[in-house]
Structures are given as structure tokens and as C-alpha cells.
Design a protein. Structure first.
Length: 343
């Protein structure tokens, strides 16, 4: 993905790994914006055939669909507010490339743009896999009637919340995929102490003692439950994309370890994973697991984001050693050193 004059990015080229992509950086350095920029483009392409009624992408559809999606995902007052203004330059460009080059798409817009983009690269085919975006807040307790409320009212949530609610409500996957689903679900359900069920538009944790309302389940475990539901209904199985903003939020170290392994297992099964994190613990756990025989061959990419001269600077490479110094991670290391000096 290439971003030019887009939010905090003057110009940035992201070369993603097939399996794991981890974004690390300070608040305001563009981690979530990078995830959302890629997610929104993939979502539009994955829905294009159905929403346009055409087997072949058209400029007329993409011009409006991309603008609407970026407005919905980023929630600016106008589309042009996403353009970075620097020395009079206010034209933004977004280019997203796929393994299947026929799906490549690019567009631009000006700082004065309101509801339409200019197509710079017209794809000749639609992407077939629908991406999933998990916000920092778990969604299972918010799910009841959320989509209807979102569609009929002005609510202060970006469109990723509605999108993930749609995926959570999808029916369970076919029995033919049961073996792989079981392999992924077993460690999650063991950690939660039960399985996730949807009954009368509400989610419950089904245990040996009956159903427990999801509101009564610890918030950290609800994140595990969200992944479990998406695995069970096939939204995260075999192929596709998972974008996750701060997966470690509200999880204790034990469950962060479980989550790290689940993330790697999903990517190993064909899901391209993108995460934004501040957690040194999570990064270390991913690194440790990727040194094992089970996960050693995963194609990973790390992105270190920081603000330099008013714009986001991006350092990237196949390991944490390639991303430069990240202040938030350094602070954790220095605190550990200070603590050890005291004892």
C-alpha cells in the first residue's frame, strides 16, 4: 500500500507480509490510520460485485463507494479532511496492491473533496474475501440491534463497528469445515470456559452450568469470544484478512499469550493479519513463538511508526530489529531496568 499526503503520512510505502503485519508506534503516529486505509479499500472491493451488480469494476461505482467507505471508517466532516496539508499540497493518493494484480486499485482526492474520489488505477477484478476489522472495544455486548440502530440513526461510532457486527451475526460455517474450526476453537474455548452462542439476537457463553450473559463475562475474555465466533462462522477461516487495533487491550498476560498463538494460527491457515499495538509483551510473545518449529516459516513484517518533522516516518522489516527505536517500547524496557536496579 502507498499513501501520499493522507492524514499524517506525507508519503509512505508499506510492503506487507503474507502472514503477520505488526504496527508499533506512539499515539498519533498513524497506526490505526494505516490499518483503516487498507481495510476500507479491501472492503469496497470485496463488496463491489454485489453492490454494483457488475462482474467488472467500474469507475462510476468505485468513485462513490470508496468515498463513502472512507467517510464511514474515518468519520471526518468531509472527505477532504483526510488530506494532509503541507506547503499548499492537498492532494491525497491511496494505492493498494494485491497478489492478484487484477484487483489493484488506486484513487486520489483533494482537500476540497466532499463525497467523491478520482480513480487513478481501475481494477479489472473484484477481491473475493471480506476483511474483518476489530476495534479496541469488544463488540459482543453491543451487538443486539446495533446494525439497525447504526443504519437508522446518527451514532458516534465509525463504520468498522457496524461491519464487524454484520460478520458476528453470520450463521455458523458448514460441517465440512468442522475439523479446522475445532482446532482453532479448542484453546479459545478452554480459556473462556465455554463456547459462544447467539440466541434471540444476544450472545452468551455456554458453559457446563448453563448460558452466561456476555455482559457478565470478563471484558478480556469477550475478545477471545469474538475471535471464537468469527472462526465458528467461517469469517476467519482459510483465506481473508484480519485487522485488529490493540488486541492486547484488557487482556492479562496469560490471555495475551493465548491470543498471540491464535493470531499466528489464523495467519498460518491463510488469514493475512494486521495488528496495531503498544504492547512489548505481545510483540515479544509473537517473536518467541515465531522461533518455534510450528511458526518459524511465517512471512512477517514489522512497521515502526513515529512522527518526524510533522509527518509519520515508517521503518519496516521482517523483525523488530528493523523498525528503529519506539519510545513506548523503550519506556517499558527502561522501567524493567529501573525495577531490577531496586531489587
Amino acid at each position: 500500500m502507498t499513501l501520499k499526503n493522507f492524514t499524517v503520512f506525507a508519503e509512505a510505502d508499506f510492503h506487507f507480509g503474507q502472514n503477520i503485519n505488526a504496527f508499533i508506534g506512539e499515539n498519533g503516529s498513524g497506526k490505526s490510520h494505516a490499518l483503516k486505509a487498507a481495510y476500507a479499500a479491501i472492503w469496497v472491493s470485496s463488496k463491489g460485485e454485489r453492490e454494483s451488480g457488475s462482474f467488472v469494476p467500474t469507475k462510476s461505482h468505485l468513485q462513490g463507494a470508496l468515498a463513502r467507505k472512507y467517510l464511514g471508517v474515518f468519520k471526518p466532516d468531509e472527505l477532504g479532511r483526510l488530506a494532509r496539508r503541507n506547503n499548499g499540497r492537498s492532494r491525497s493518493e491511496v494505492l493498494v496492491g494485491f497478489d492478484r494484480s487484477a484487483c489493484d486499485l488506486g484513487f486520489s482526492f483533494h482537500g476540497a473533496s466532499k463525497t467523491e474520489v478520482t480513480i487513478e488505477k481501475l481494477p479489472t477484478a473484484w477481491e473475493q474475501q471480506i476483511p474483518a476489522f476489530l476495534p479496541t472495544r469488544e463488540m459482543l455486548t453491543i451487538y443486539p440491534n446495533f446494525v439497525s440502530l447504526y443504519e437508522m440513526s446518527h451514532v458516534p461510532f465509525d463504520e468498522t463497528w457496524r461491519d464487524i457486527s454484520l460478520l458476528l451475526g453470520a450463521p455458523l460455517a458448514k460441517v465440512s469445515r468442522e475439523k479446522r474450526i475445532k482446532e482453532l476453537l479448542e484453546p479459545l474455548e478452554s480459556a473462556m470456559g465455554g463456547s459462544v452462542v447467539l440466541d434471540n439476537d444476544r450472545f452468551y457463553l455456554k458453559t457446563d452450568y448453563g448460558n452466561m450473559e456476555m455482559h457478565l463475562v470478563a471484558e478480556g475474555l469477550r475478545k477471545l469470544a469474538t475471535i471464537a465466533r468469527l472462526v465458528a462462522n467461517g469469517s476467519l477461516l482459510a483465506k481473508g484478512y484480519l485487522f485488529w487495533d490493540e488486541p492486547e487491550a484488557n487482556l492479562n498476560p496469560t490471555n495475551i499469550k493465548r491470543m498471540a498463538k491464535t493470531i499466528l494460527q489464523l495467519s498460518q491457515g491463510g488469514i493475512q493479519v494486521f495488528i496495531a499495538t503498544h504492547s512489548l509483551f505481545l510483540m515479544r510473545e509473537l517473536h518467541i513463538l515465531q522461533q518455534t518449529k510450528e511458526f518459524k516459516n511465517l512471512d512477517s513484517r514489522y512497521f515502526g511508526l513515529s512522527i518526524a518533522e510533522g509527518a509519520a516516518a515508517v521503518h519496516q522489516g521482517p523483525s523488530m530489529d528493523d523498525i528503529g527505536n519506539i519510545t513506548s517500547l523503550d519506556e517499558e524496557l527502561m522501567q524493567s531496568n529501573r525495577y531490577m536496579e531496586l531489587v
